[in-house]
Design a protein around this ligand. Structure first.
Ligand code: NAD
Length: 290
């Protein structure tokens, strides 16, 4: 396929490289100076989008996505697919999809889980919103860039799935960390705590696969001085999107709100910026009962 790829950062760069390696013709554009194996760089978003079967965007936020969509939608050929893989607010995803459909295009919102390692290894999970035709065209590309693509329904539902998942993850990681800190103060050995919880009803991905306590469970960022991994800053971004969506949809999400407030405190007022989101454990260790 002829592919345009806009936003060649930490995630977009390796995703575009994997598509080129698989034999697709990829024209890439980024505002920053980048070089990506196998990708021919062009000078504007419009140039990256003109005459392509699929235009992929991997951008920082919804505002930038809307600006790039304004540039590329008018030049895309009828029937082409606009495939946004960024994590953005549900409202922007739906607005861009409507704009694309009105111009005779297919639109998909397909945020990812799996981080930079998943982008490099081609093992991302895609959560996809949009029409069947677009999904069927893009399926071949999802299979190259990832290991799984779930079609979640109409436009915006990919973003909805992503923020609901990450709201669960953020709240679960916090309570796993506070429980470890409580266990320490109660004199319970961390290995014993892991052995019990990971095989009892408190088990979760945060405990079993990404244990925040160093030296316990499988290798995770806690074993590497909490280098991300999944940065607390990105968790905060996703929790803010979840709370924005909850407000717009009139949903009550008290645990999500508490998680957002705690990650905001951690990233903006403490030492959380640039650290893995599981570094909540050393944060709680230092604290007493409020
Ligand atoms: P990044 O900042 O490394 O990359 C974004 C790129 O977009 C940058 O290279 C930037 O120069 C470019 N850009 C910004 N505005 C542009 C414009 N108008 N035109 C062209 N290029 C422009 O960010 P990233 O880590 O690659 O993340 C991209 C998206 O993926 C975000 O929405 C993020 O939330 C999501 N995401 C990231 C991770 C992760 O672990 N990094 C995991 C899952 C999802």
């Amino acid at each position: 396929m002829k592919i345009g790829f806009i936003g060649l950062g930490n995630m977009g760069g390796p995703m575009a490289a994997n598509l080129a390696k698989a034999g697709h013709e990829v024209a890439g554009f980024d505002m920053a100076d980048v070089a990506i194996d196998g990708v021919s760089l062009v000078k504007s978003a419009e140039e990256a989008a003109t005459g392509r079967d699929v235009v992929i965007t991997m951008l920082p936020n919804g505002q930038i996505l809307r600006a790039v969509a304004d540039q590329v939608i008018p030049v895309m050929q009828k029937g082409a697919v606009l495939l946004d893989c960024s994590t953005v607010d549900v409202e922007s995803a739906r607005a861009v999809a409507t704009q694309a459909q009105d111009a005779g295009l297919s639109a998909l919102d397909a945020p990812v889980s799996g981080g930079v390692g998943g982008a490099q290894g081609g093992t991302l999970t895609f959560m996809v919103g949009g029409d069947d035709a677009g999904f069927n065209t893009a399926k071949e590309l999802f299979d190259i860039m990832g290991q799984k693509a779930v079609h979640c329904g109409p436009s915006g539902n990919g973003q909805a799935a992503k923020i609901c998942n990450n709201m669960i993850l953020g709240a679960t990681m916090i309570v796993t960390c506070e429980a470890f800190a409580l266990a320490d103060k109660l004199g319970l050995d961390r290995q014993a705590m892991f052995d019990v919880v990971s095989t009892s009803s408190g088990y979760s991905w945060s405990m079993n696969a990404y244990c925040p306590a160093p030296g316990i469970g499988p290798q995770s960022p806690s074993d590497n001085d909490y280098q991300p991994g999944f940065a607390a800053d990105l968790m905060l971004k996703d929790l803010r999107l979840a709370l924005q969506a909850a407000e717009a949809a009139d949903a009550d999400t008290p645990m999500g709100r508490a998680a957002r407030d705690l990650y905001a405190q951690f990233v903006e007022n403490e030492d959380g910026a640039g650290r893995d989101f599981s570094a909540m454990l050393p944060r709680f260790e230092k604290r007493g009962h409020a």
